[in-house]
Design a protein around this ligand. Structure first.
Ligand code: SF4
Length: 263
């Protein structure tokens, strides 16, 4: 079975299963190493729970940009303590990072979109390439309702840029459903979510959003365009089968911080 056929089969078979069954199916069907890249945000914590609680043979990796919130490092440590498994941290290449900082300054990413993308390329994209080298499957926490571009994905697609089948087990989930899952299973989560941070990335590039604001609004908020991506998620082909489209509740995408405070 080639990559395209595998993506179509997975997209079809993942639909209609709960999250635990989705991850178990992926671990069983993908013929080769599977990597899950976690940002330690809410969606990724739900996926981590489904992977670790079933002791699945999936490598859980995080991109340690060096600019994460202290709260993010704490939830990383708390998660390892809870499940007794390591989350592998990948740091930026030292020489490239030193060149970047020498060239643009420590906070030079604010100068322009190009400067910001250069920083993301060094701190995130290059480490991601290392994380996915040799992998057959890449699991992400992307959801359709997070952005119009993400809505074009599916439960499983081919990512030609990285040469993997990219699996998005939460593609058709609402944020409210993720919140409920984390609450129900008492999964460790980043307390910044309770302070209005819906999407959490690097500290200098993330802010809280107001109730009702789209969640990606809090990322690189000083930029004017609506494509708030860091270059990690650009290479996947459009959906060919499976869930296929954003859930109907997409307009009501942002669970407020208050909902998480009930967790
Ligand atoms: Fe750099 Fe900000 Fe991108 Fe992090 S999110 S890698 S600090 S530009």
């Amino acid at each position: 079975m080639n990559r395209d056929e595998l993506a179509i089969e997975l997209a079809t078979r993942l639909a209609g299963r709960d999250l635990f069954a989705r991850l178990a199916l992926v671990a069983d069907k993908v013929p080769g190493p599977i990597v899950f890249t976690t940002s330690l945000g809410l969606e990724d914590q739900a996926l981590t729970h489904a992977i670790f609680s079933q002791d699945l043979a999936i490598d859980v990796v995080t991109l340690d940009t060096g600019r994460l919130f202290p709260e993010t490092y704490q939830v990383w440590a708390d998660t390892e303590a809870r499940y007794g498994r390591r989350i592998h941290g990948l740091s930026p290449d030292r020489a490239r990072l030193e060149q970047l900082v020498a060239r643009q300054g420590i906070n030079g990413f604010r100068a322009s979109v190009e400067a910001r993308k250069s920083c993301c390329a060094v701190r995130k994209v290059e480490p991601l390439r290392r994380a996915l080298a040799g992998a057959a499957g890449w699991i992400t926490g992307l959801r359709a309702e997070q952005s119009p571009d993400r809505a074009l994905l599916d439960l499983a697609v081919v990512d030609a840029a990285y040469g993997v089948v990219k699996i998005n087990p939460l593609f058709d989930w609402t944020r409210e459903r993720v919140v409920e899952f984390v609450r129900h299973h008492d999964v460790p989560y980043n307390p910044l979510h309770d302070r209005g941070f819906l999407s959490i990335g690097c500290a200098p590039c993330t802010r809280a959003v107001a109730p009702g604001e789209p969640e990606r609004t809090g990322r690189w908020w000083w930029e004017q365009n609506d494509k708030k991506e860091c270059g990690l998620h650009g290479g996947a082909s459009m959906a060919t089968h499976g869930a296929g489209a954003a859930p109907s509740g997409a307009a009501a995408m942002s669970a407020t911080s208050g909902e998480l405070e009930k967790v």
